[in-house]
Design a binder for this molecule. Structure first.
Ligand code: GUN
Length: 284
């Protein structure tokens, strides 16, 4: 039987409508949530992402600023901008788009962001809070995956969730959020032996590898929920493809996310949620 393709558009538009209402309600109390997005250099894909983030903010009724800095901007200048944004009452969330040019330390830049405004959840304080289950921003892509699972009515507690990938942005925090939902979690990565044997045990399989169409039906247990975090541009056609070979897995999984159009826009939705919640906390 064919898997149900998760309707990302519907989930995202419902969620954003809800956020828009909450923004309006906060605004009626005199606070408009504000996001500052900073981009350094001229990577075209990053500029598209940044535009989409600022547009989503405005559509939700939030204030947004985009700061475009040239490739040769010194690290200190970027840090001074962040410090200015840390002190701005209009700004509740600060996002510095990665990747940054090689001469700039991502670590120093992330640590310059005031943790309460770190809507990516990249700051070590927020990463630590995530580990111990303390309130704070949640990492956008993994939080979006959890919301998608909840929306389709997946019963996460007690299920075996396998995450493929161990990046700081997705794989590791994804494992942590699934654990919070009481899943039994396994993380696979490039050094994992017999990966197929492990992924075939997954009730919930999350692919976050960055390799187009790597996950085939032989990796998937019949009836598993498959969430594809990958966004890869195919060299031959220029089209976008996930980490999952969608057509191959379609008849094995019970649910599958399309790429593009599900995890990507849900990630931006979680950025809006983090910005709204930061504004709510600042409003007291
Ligand atoms: N570059 C690619 N994805 C992301 C993200 O989620 N946040 C930031 N800041 N940069 C990115």
């Amino acid at each position: 039987m064919s898997a149900q393709v998760i309707n990302g558009k519907e989930i995202v538009s419902d969620y954003r409508a809800q956020i828009k209402d909450q923004v309006a309600s906060l605004q009626s109390k005199g606070v408009q949530p504000g996001l500052a997005v900073v981009i350094v250099g001229d990577d075209p894909a990053s500029h598209v992402y940044v535009r989409n983030k600022a547009k989503a903010c405005e559509e939700a009724g939030m204030y947004s600023e985009v700061h475009k800095l040239t490739e040769s901007t010194p690290e200190q200048e970027l840090i001074e901008l962040i410090e200015k944004l840390n002190g701005s009452d209009k700004i509740h969330g600060i996002l510095v788009q990665s990747p940054l040019p090689k001469h700039i330390s991502e670590e120093r830049v992330v640590e310059a962001i005031e943790p309460s405004k770190d809507v990516d959840c990249f700051h070590p304080v927020n990463v630590g809070n995530l580990m111990i289950g303390k309130e704070g921003p949640l990492p956008c892509t993994p939080a979006g995956v959890i919301e998608i699972l909840k929306k389709i009515g997946a019963d996460i507690a007690g299920k075996h969730a396998v995450v493929i990938g161990r990046s700081n942005i997705v794989g590791k925090p994804m494992a942590m959020l699934l654990l919070r939902e009481h899943a039994t979690v396994t993380v696979c990565h490039s050094r994992t032996k017999n990966m197929e044997e492990i992924t075939r045990q997954a009730d919930i399989l999350v692919a976050a590898v960055g390799k187009a169409k790597m996950i085939k039906s032989r990796h998937v247990k019949p009836g598993a929920i498959v969430i594809d975090v990958g966004i890869n541009r195919l060299e031959d056609t220029g089209k976008l493809a996930g980490d999952v070979d969608f057509d191959d897995v379609l008849d094995t999984a019970s649910y599958i996310t399309p790429v593009p159009g599900c995890v990507g826009p849900m990630t931006i939705t979680m950025l809006l949620r983090n910005t709204l919640e930061a504004a709510e906390r600042a409003a007291g």
